[in-house]
Design a protein around this ligand. Sequence first.
Ligand code: N01
Length: 541
Amino acid sequence: MAVSAADSSGRPAPAFDVVVIGAGFCGLYMIHRARQRGWRVRAFETGSGVGGTWYWNRYPGCRVDIEGFEYSYSFSKELEQEWEWSERYPPQPELERYCNHVADRFGLREDIQFGTRVTAAHYDESTRHWTVVTDRGETVTARVVVAATGTYSDPYRPDFEGADEFQGLKLQSSRWPREPVNFEGKRVGIIGTGASGVQLTPILARQARQLTVFQRTASYTVPLQNHKADAEDTRARKATYEVLRDAQWASGAGFTTVHSKPVPPPTLKVSDVSDEERTRVYEERWASGGLCFYHAFVDLLVDEKANRTLEAFMNDKIRSRVKNPEVARKLTPTQNPVLTKRLAGDTGYCEAFDRDNVELVDLRAEPIRKFTRTGLVVGDREVPLDVIIFATGFDLGTGAMSRIDIRGRDGRSLKDYWSQGIKTYLGMMANGFPNLFWLFGPGSPFYNPVLLAEYQVEQIERFLDGCGSGDVVEATPAAEKEWSDLTNAIANMTLFTKGKNYYMGDNIPGKPRAATLFLGGFPLYKQTCEKAVTTRDGLVA
Ligand code: N01
């Protein structure tokens, strides 16, 4: 795409070549590339700073559960070498600092308008421009709109009876206040036991007078084995960074390490190895910590028998971590095959329930009936509380984009378009929405979000570079259908469809059940993108 001027057919130039919505990891890289190309870019960010997920999720204990070396940009060798992670799994404040460092180092801040939410984006067929409207009443035009609005960014808070009556403090994990909250002497309740609830629990167990964790579905958790960074290890890893990056790009999900060393993608099925070897592999990965079980064997997410071997291993670990057998029973997941409700990396989660001041409430036995002025009624008892924390998740993928009134050709609303199921081409665009792209959104692969940002931004550039004098790119209905069918067909081959989970949209009442993310692995995604940008078969000419 050429820098905007009046185009060859004499249409006037828009105010910007590209409008970017959001300044998290994805938005920052989009801004950087647009600047490098000489495109006039304007980004709008609701928050007062950069970081996206790492700006909003500032609850105690929040940290990434992919190693910092892997969860960082690869586009600048200088950045890789100069940045120092202080821990194996960096905490939220450090990730936010990293995003600020990137914004300053590459001069991105001047193109970001903070404290501004985009409320609408409408396509005008006659000018082939988008008109973008903000909550400050501004209107700007752009040739291209890129939604970098995040996939875990639209908080979901269930509608509980009487929720407004509660007189204590209500907090949402993903909208945590900037000022520290003092929990000393307080009776605190956490609703939700996904990754956020799992990280909050052990910290609040130490701070609060009484902590009650309200669990509807237990999560499998694996100790992170986090530790402070070691100078010698950091030096060695920086010296071999390229080996790590190659392994990441070749992997299915963009995280590859075991004991902090990259390993190749798995080739063996569980049944290819003896029981002893399988246990050795599981123990090694347990000792390594975190998410590495996702790449232990090729069939863990597609074969129920294989999956059950890991379940049995994990169930034993829960029993070994918790003294009270009744609590261990409640903490043992029964609803979803292991790895399909996302594994949570934890630091002392199970052990926290051995404390006298911590109670686990099984909401399947005692459902939440209502909120009162002074607490929560579960089953036939009231739990008195001073603070209630909602760690109740997100409307994955579609949530953030559907909040914006996005209208494509002929006034087609994106929210309506997706109301019967998600339709995308390569998880980056949709038919009827020319020059609208999104990053790590609906239909995108389940992959390390930082590297995915880099990959998708570069594909968007390639799509735009090949679009000729009309400067418009749009997916054909056939290409969109093919990609969406493939996304759902692959999901149906996996165990993700066997339980209820946010990947299938099950956590949001009324959301049609469909795969929100592409689960076929990054290599297949990349191969399909390469073909798409080379042949351009899937694009409206
Ligand atoms: O959200 P979740 P999250 N009554 O959707 C429960 C990333 N992340 O914020 O399973 C009672 O996982 C719900 O129960 P159920 C990461 O990708 C990463 O914790 O629907 N409970 C569930 O237990 C993660 O997966 C980190 O039955 C209700 C919980 O709320 C993703 O963000 C840290 C309920 C929501 O869990 C989301 O994690 C944090 C109701 N009506 C987040 N409605 C890292 O470590 C919902 N729940 C990097």
